[in-house]
Design a protein around this ligand. Structure first.
Ligand SMILES: Nc1ncnc2c1ncn2[C@@H]1O[C@H](COP(=O)(O)OP(=O)(O)OP(=O)(O)O)[C@@H](O)[C@H]1O
Ligand SMILES: [Mg+2]
Length: 361
């Protein structure tokens, strides 16, 4: 295992800049996700680290060794990096045992070592008893487990995953998310995971690196990104927030502020940045659906408002509704037990700690 350090990585395909000067680290034993919409450069970054793609600039280090710099690249098979793909890439004409043993045989390990390590790896992924089956005789979830066993059996210094669960049905994907993280923790394996699914990244990662158009827009723990999105893009991509144009009315030294929303609604919130970014004029207010709660009709505390219910959708434990507040429409999630009715005016409270003010408009 080792620490991964990517510095100023650039990848260009002719005129297309797929990855534009990105830098990040993955600490020894850490599980980090690259998250972002389709085409933002996630797979390209991963392929460069694996050595399957050449870079146009920058340095990739694993532990103390340089894997790529200034056009001189260590070949993929000498990097000690294994990658798990969306398509599993399990060889159908080989048994499960031979699929997993492949990397060990290439390294000419002894028959006894191959036998022991393959058995251990199959046990780790819950496939003991499947060694003699062929690739064609496995379900998607079992094939993905074979791909995992094959990736860990050679004890690589770094594991890379490119959307490995996206071909599985929803139920199996949920289970595999937990299994994969549990396996990674048990092995203490340094891992870089690519996904465009924010809930997958939130559930699995120690840290998330959020990408857009070949660049890193923000990185941090899942909680950091959820509680302190620094741009409209981050707020919308993580957790699907209501983003409303607002104007600063007044600020206080501790970062909290009163802002005005269209329709003469004054709401308290706080700036997510601690740096000296703009604190007056037009800003964005980020209000998450789950931070709006219904209160009794006479509640008069701060951030309490009358809101008209415009639509309702039943989700089981919750109803999702659109609320009209001044001239703003907000999506809210309220308990389904005593749902409001369409057209009704209800009293709601929006926790000031949950209103994030972003210095962007
Ligand atoms: N071989 C190639 N030649 C030219 N352009 C490429 C090549 N591979 C990728 N690109 C471009 O580079 C950009 C980044 O692609 P990449 O595959 O890294 O995206 P991604 O984030 O993995 O997207 P997805 O979520 O759809 O897998 C895209 O604009 C893509 O069209
Ligand atoms: Mg991709």
């Amino acid at each position: 295992m080792a620490k991964l350090r990517v510095e100023d990585l650039i990848v260009a395909y002719g005129a297309v800049i797929a990855v534009s000067d990105i830098s990040f680290t993955v600490e020894d034993g850490e599980f980090v996700s690259l998250l972002g919409p389709s085409g933002c450069g996630k797979t390209t970054t991963l392929r460069c680290i694996a050595g399957l793609e050449g870079s146009s600039g920058g340095t990739i280090r694993l532990g103390d060794a340089i894997m790529a710099a200034d056009g001189s690249d260590v070949p993929p098979d000498k990097r000690g990096i294994n990658m798990v793909f969306q398509s599993y890439a399990v060889w159908p004409h080989m048994s499960v045992f031979e699929n997993v043993a492949y990397g060990l045989r290439i390294r000419r390990e002894s028959a006894a070592d191959v036998e022991r390590k393959v058995k251990e790896a199959l046990k780790l992924v819950g496939l003991d008893g499947f060694a003699g089956r062929y690739g064609t005789e496995l379900s998607g979830g079992q094939q993905q487990r074979v791909a995992l066993a094959r990736a860990v059996v050679t004890s690589p210094r770094l594991l890379l995953f490119d959307e490995p669960l996206s071909n599985l049905d929803a139920g199996l994907r949920d289970r595999m998310r937990f299994e994969l993280v549990e396996l990674q923790r048990r092995l203490g394996q340094t891992s870089l995971y690519v996904t465009h699914d924010q809930s997958e990244a939130m559930l699995m990662s120690d840290r998330i690196i959020l990408m857009k158009d070949g660049r890193i827009v923000q990185s941090g723990t899942p909680r950091d990104l959820y509680e302190r999105p620094m741009s409209r893009f981050a707020a919308e991509f993580i957790g699907n927030a209501n983003i409303v144009d607002a104007t600063v009315i007044r600020t206080s030294g501790d970062g909290s502020a009163l802002v005005g929303l269209p329709g003469n609604v004054a709401i308290e919130g706080h700036f997510c940045r601690t740096d000296g970014s703009r604190r007056s004029g037009p800003v964005l207010a980020c209000i998450r659906a789950e931070s709006i709660s219904r209160v009794s009709g006479d509640e008069a505390g701060s951030n309490c408002f009358d809101a008209r219910v415009d639509s309702l959708g039943f989700l089981g434990p919750l109803v999702t509704c659109t609320l009209r507040l001044g001239e703003v429409t907000l999506r809210a999630e309220l308990p389904a037990r005593k749902p409001p009715s369409i057209g009704e005016t209800i009293r709601v409270r929006i926790e000031p700690d949950d209103v994030i003010i972003i210095s962007e408009h």
